[in-house]
Design a protein around this ligand. Sequence first.
Ligand code: IMP
Ligand code: MG
Length: 173
Amino acid sequence: MASGHTVLFSAEMISETVRDLAAAIDRDLRGSRLVVITVLKGAVIFSCDLVRAMEAETEMAFLSASSYSGGFTPGEAIRLQEDIELDVAGRDVLIVDDIIDTGRTLTELAALVRFQQPRSISTVALVNKTSRRAVDAEPTYSGLAIGEELIYGYGLDWDERYRDLPFIALANA
Ligand code: IMP
Ligand code: MG
């Protein structure tokens, strides 16, 4: 299955990371019924594995975010699409994204959610592009650290392809 792809993180490494993240989130938030907000589309696969690895009871919600420029070059502006059903007043919220790059997406989504006055907001990103931050924002939890590499697989797309791969691979490798 991996033929033609340069695997950066294997399915086993990913599932270990998901287990560790779930355990860390449980330690902090186990007592509450969490609202897990998954950022479409990239975080869907990660989020489904994460909620099943967590002990905490969760409700699932979805928001969509994309940069106007599209592709791999995050633009200045981010288009957010709100879930009209979303009501998180007084709740503990966990925003789940596949990867934090410039940090704009998680920052803007957290600001949007904060309007509803939740009890707490935490954020988790499976992959952390640590050297690319453009805003002063770090996720509460993050798993796999990388540099400036472009990656795909396990939810992350390369021009809408390869989200279904069970591993993460290097683009342009
Ligand atoms: P940020 O707003 O710059 O932090 O961008 C985060 C979003 O950019 C993620 O949710 C991804 O959708 C996308 N992204 C950033 N780097 C990559 C990558 O290497 N592969 C696929 N998508 C990426
Ligand atoms: Mg995304």
